[in-house]
Write a protein that binds this ligand. Structure first.
Ligand code: ATP
Ligand code: MG
Length: 425
């Protein structure tokens, strides 16, 4: 038997309604915030991610699916969406349009990670990016978009925000971090010893308990912000306060990608309970931040930006865990059961006509007996059934049975769609 690659998933019809609900809510939330949809390729030049995500990040160093195409060019399956959107904005000249430019996307991402609950090798994101505004107001709006989406989904989450400074103030903070972590160098995990040279801020994001413990007393970025970054954070906070959006400032939030500047944020929610220990597993379901240097880094004009990506797989898990009623698949409004050959053809035509009018209707195509058709109709959850035999075809009238109440009515067959729509479904 051929099985799917580790860390990938099949999303089956029984699970799709939850995904669709999240997708529809995300799409509608993007709409009311004035975002347009963008779609981009599944693979891009490796260089895009090396430059856009940052070649000192875990994503680029360890997690990318990179291959040479038949012409020997290095290609990579997208590990995230932002670099792709930025490439597309530059290539298509969107940076010349009226600002702000607001874009959203649904995309799959590929990262060679160790699979676990909420962590896959192919996963899905809903992402948004806003270009051409540097104000705290734009930060507050982007955060409020994510907040609105989660509230509309009834997912209770915790918002953490931070500022990781800019090109001006970060070098000083970096120095402070390096000198702090140097004194614990031998205790750090191997990856973090490397990070000490290349990207010390990333140590704060390490998942190993020992590194986490050491990081707890590390210098706090918020003590090193320049006046501009500090007031940007304060103003963003007061706008969030004004909107009644609750948050906590957490100087430990640094984000995994290199391109962030100033505001970064994460929404954290419970997604699972450990079946053995009973411990509740909480994960970041949505994360983002400002990236004022990224467009230039990828070869475009100076164009500030801010965005976030929500992990769809984790939103699905959070929604399920929240105990909210999760949507199930639709059921047929009516099942037409023919009796005899002539009626079978008439049932096909009737179902066709109903479907033309937008009614979810089914009839037999397996060749079942009437008895097993009725059993099947019941199993599908059909709201009504209609049995059609020679007599019904002749008179143009048939019995419409309500499957819930067992009430029966004689109705005109060619008015079935009107009658059914009156039934309020
Ligand atoms: P983490 O710290 O959990 O590894 P990250 O910093 O790598 O996350 P981002 O690159 O910011 O995550 O991606 C944004 C969101 O995408 C995350 O908050 C998460 O919801 C989701 N995500 C990231 N990696 C995975 C994965 N391997 N499987 C499922 N969802 C993921
Ligand atoms: Mg990661």
């Amino acid at each position: 038997m051929i099985i799917k690659p580790r860390g990938t998933s099949d999303i089956l019809p029984k699970d799709s309604p939850v995904w669709q609900k999240i997708e529809e809510t995300a799409r509608d939330t993007a709409r009311i915030y004035g975002y347009g949809e963008i779609r981009f390729p599944t693979f891009e030049s490796t260089e895009l991610f090396a430059r856009g995500v940052g070649d000192t990040t875990d994503v680029v160093q360890k997690e990318m699916y990179t291959f040479n195409d038949k012409d020997g060019r290095s290609m990579t399956l997208r590990p995230e969406g932002t670099a792709c959107v930025v490439r597309s904005v530059i290539e298509n000249g969107l940076s010349g349009e009226a600002m702000p430019l607001k874009l959203y996307y649904f995309t799959s991402c590929f990262r060679y990670e160790k699979p676990a609950a909420g962590r896959y090798r192919e996963f899905y994101q809903f992402g948004t990016e806003l270009f051409g505004a540097e104000t705290p107001a734009s930060d507050a709006q982007v955060i409020s978009l994510a907040d609105t989406l989660l509230k509309r989904l009834n997912i209770v989450s915790e918002l953490k925000i931070n500022s990781i400074g800019c090109k001006g103030c970060r070098p000083k903070y970096r120095e402070a971090l390096v000198s702090y972590f140097k004194s614990y160098e031998s205790d750090l995990c191997e990856t973090c010893r490397g990070r000490l040279q290349t990207n010390p801020m990333r140590i704060l994001d390490c998942k190993s308990p020992i590194c986490r413990g050491i990081a707890e007393n590390a210098p706090k970025v918020t003590d090193y912000l320049c006046p501009d970054c500090a007031s940007h954070l304060e103003n963003t906070k007061s706008l969030l306060d004004g909107m009644g959006i609750k948050y906590e400032v957490d100087p430990g939030i640094v984000r995994g990608l290199d391109y962030y500047t100033k505001t970064v944020f994460e929404f954290i929610a419970p997604i699972d309970r450990d079946s053995k220990t009973g411990e509740i597993k909480r994960l970041t379901i949505c994360a983002g931040g400002r990236y004022d240097g990224l467009v230039e880094e990828i070869g475009g004009p100076r164009l500030p930006g801010i965005g976030f990506a929500a992990g769809m797989d984790r939103l699905v898990a959070a929604l399920r865990f929240s105990g909210e009623d999760v949507p199930v698949g639709d059921t047929p409004l009516v099942y037409i059961a023919p009796l005899g050959d002539k009626a079978a053809a008439a049932a096909q035509k009737l179902v066709y006509d109903l479907r033309q009018k937008g009614v979810y209707a089914e009839c037999d195509i397996v060749g079942r007996s009437l008895k097993s058709q009725m059993k099947y109709a019941d199993k599908t959850g059909a709201g009504y059934t209609v049995i059609i035999g020679d007599n019904e075809i002749e008179t143009g009238r048939a019995i419409l049975k309500n499957m819930k109440t067992s009430e029966q009515d004689e109705v005109e067959i060619n008015k079935l769609d009107i009658i059914l729509s009156k039934e309020g479904r």
